[in-house]
Design a protein around this ligand. Structure first.
Ligand code: EPZ
Length: 436
């Protein structure tokens, strides 16, 4: 498995275009399955999770082509209703295909999804909502056998927790159901709005997306359309964190600042200056960050759990002590052990992490265990004294487009070291940065 070798510390400078949102692209690709003609999604990121979704759509019989950041999906050849376990296990959002497949095909067979190990990731909210819409679901030996011979029927669905994926699954299943579905305590993330905008552009009748109550009036059919994926607010926050820990000035383009409203105050609390002009955002970081008092992750519009790890890296080298409370996932502090290897001073007690800022990280070999935790280790490596070798890069590639190329374009000294075939003598370090 490839690794990232980072030589720090070093300032970043320049401008970076933020890629399309992973967590919007994936449900949009599932939604394309529902259409009666081809769709083109623009601004899709080049990520391994998107590749997995392409493979799922092709397995189902859809013609799916990628051209740059465009993904074309022609669902007219869809003839299958199962997703192989190997594909299901590659990412969490594979479960969001369930609502679309059962709506389109009247049945679906798939296993429990994979995705980042952030603690148990149940799908009870997905399954209970789909059952209420008329899907019969048999769970045996990890396999879900679903059918809706009588078709799907609109109903009222009240979520006990505003689950992003479960809200997406209901939107996909209810869009062409008979009658109206009212979702209460729905997720309000921008990715939900992006999905509703796409479905409405295809002829759907969804209102209230972005609020806690969404009303879906079932329609007979959806026609394909062209749609531009929203920017990735978490990738943007990650690159802001990279600028913050290195005392840099950085400009991000093609962002939607409104989607980042929950995180920007935390950056400003640490002494970063953030200027916004349309879809451009500029950060000017101080030489040394001040602590951020409390960071509590919450459903949108609260502080996003996906930004917790990269932002914790900032707190780890800030002046003072910061407190984090991870309220969304049970086990989303796997990056803490690796940050300690870099010299951080963090104590975790259940959902609470107390981060005492240190003067500086010192480079070391570290291991990414999940997508955002891995990105946090890269951010830390940029600020660390000496070399940091990050392994487990496949996690990072699921959510960040060529992270090393993006950072190198900003002046960072980072290079991807491909997996060395057994016995090959590692090239000398000095040559690595020149060659990269
Ligand atoms: C989506 O995951 C995102 N993934 C996650 O991003 C993100 O962290 C999460 O939403 C919260 O914002 C994608 O969109 C592909 P949830 P999802 O259902 O849908 C519990 C990243 O790094 N829950 O809102 O799985 C669950 O255990 C990824 O890009 C149930 O109990 O999140 C968790 O504690 C990581 N039963 C909480 O709800 C269910 O049926 C939030 O889950 C579903 C969820």
């Amino acid at each position: 498995m490839s690794k990232l070798l980072i030589q720090g510390p070093g300032r970043l400078e320049g401008e970076l275009r933020v890629h399309g949102a992973k967590n919007s692209t994936l449900p949009l690709m599932a939604a394309a399955l529902l259409c009666g003609s081809e769709c083109i999604l623009h601004n899709c990121p080049d990520l391994s999770d998107v590749d997995t979704s392409v493979r799922i759509l092709r397995h189902l019989g859809c013609r799916t082509e990628r051209s740059g950041s465009d993904v074309l999906v022609d669902p007219r050849g869809a003839a299958h209703w199962d997703i192989p376990e190997t594909l299901m296990r590659e990412m969490r959002s594979s479960i969001v295909f369930l609502g679309a497949i059962v709506s389109k095909m009247g049945k679906a067979t798939l296993s429990f999804p994979g995705g980042c190990e952030l603690g148990p990731r149940p799908i009870d909210l997905h399954l209970s909502a789909l059952r209420k819409l008329g899907v019969s679901i048999q769970e045996d030996h990890g396999c879900l056998r679903c059918s809706a011979e009588q078709g799907l029927k609109g109903t009222n669905i009240a979520f006990s927790f505003p689950s992003v994926g479960a809200t997406e699954n209901v939107l996909l299943a209810a869009c062409c159901a008979k009658g109206t579905t009212v979702i209460t305590n729905a997720a309000r993330e921008p990715e939900i709005c992006d999905l509703a905008d796409f479905l409405n552009a295809c002829g759907g009748k969804i209102c209230g997306a972005g609020d806690s109550t969404i009303v879906v009036e079932g329609v007979k059919k959806l026609d394909g359309c062209e749609h531009r994926v929203i920017p990735d607010r978490i990738a943007a926050a990650t690159y802001l964190a990279a600028a913050a820990v290195t005392g840099s000035t950085l400009t991000l383009t093609h962002v939607l600042p409104a989607h980042m409203a929950p995180v920007l105050p935390v950056f400003e609390e640490t002494g970063c200056q953030i200027d916004v002009d349309g879809e451009t955002m500029r950060i000017v970081a101080p030489k040394r960050l001040s602590r951020m008092k409390n960071v509590r992750t919450m459903p949108y519009p609260g502080f996003p759990t996906d930004a917790q790890a990269p932002v914790m890296t900032m707190a780890a080298v800030a002046e003072g002590t910061s407190i984090f409370v991870e309220n969304i996932f049970e086990s989303r502090y796997k990056h803490v052990g690796e940050l300690l290897r870099l010299g951080a001073n963090i104590k975790v007690e259940g959902r609470v992490a107390v981060v005492e800022g240190v003067q500086r990280f010192s480079g070391a070999p570290v291991e990414a265990a999940d997508l955002r935790g891995g990105a946090a280790l890269v951010v830390a490596g940029l600020a660390a004294q000496g070399e940091t070798l990050v392994s487990g890069v496949k996690h990072i590639d699921r959510g960040y487009e060529s992270i090393e190329k993006s950072l190198r374009s900003l002046g960072a000294r980072v290079i991807r070291i491909p997996e060395e075939p057994a016995g090959k003598v590692p090239i000398c370090r000095a040559a690595v940065y020149q060659e990269g």
